[in-house]
Design a protein around this ligand. Sequence first.
Ligand code: FPP
Length: 244
Amino acid sequence: MADNRVNPVPRHVAIIMDGNGRWAKERGSPRLKGHEAGAQSVRVVIKACRDAGVEFLTLYAFSVENWSRPKAEVDGLMRLLVRFMDDQEHELHENRVRLRVIGRLADLPDVVMNSLNRVMERTAGYTDHQLVLALSYGGRTEIAHAARRIAEQVKAGTLQPESVDEACVAANLYAPDIPYPDLLIRTSGEMRISNFLLWQLSYAELYVTPVCWPDFREPHFRAALDDYARRSRRFGGIEPEVKR
Ligand code: FPP
């Protein structure tokens, strides 16, 4: 069969890990069981990225809107993050993955931030792969935060209003050094972006699978990469290109 791949492996994959609650409900389990099972999928996908040569993996782990969930679920998710850092740090080292976080980090409990900071410091030297956790993250919040930083620079006289362009906004996002996602995967079938990486996803290829996040495994990830490989990326132009 002819191989009609036009894109190489995506450099950056972003994932909306949806369907933990539904997965748990189908099994008559509390929602937290779905999140716990979802943590196992996180592990699998980190390794799959390493094996496939994906450089950046950004996971939507907790949105600014998620704070409105019942306290027990929020607390459980925070505990799960700490436990994940404790249990999985060695795998990040084995896979030579640098941990990063983006979001309104001041919202996070100290115990979570301490745990993240510890792993970020210890993995800071790895350069081949990066795991970016979006925590207390909102795309609109991020853009508003960038606008505020730009306004402060204009007020201080270090930036001229006529210098505010796309590159200037991009430079004031949470992680300006990270290339924009090439591929966005959303699990459990919903066709929404849900306030995730609004600026950065402008030209990302979207891939939605009906599989709930806790069931997402390497073959599902491979299927998403294969689908991406056959997309024609034009970035508003007419000739296929592979780089932004
Ligand atoms: C969305 O499913 C998922 C979340 C809000 C949390 C994602 C968190 C994890 C996968 C836990 C582990 C993460 C790390 C980084 C260790 P949902 O609860 O909205 O599902 P539903 O739409 O079926 O209700």
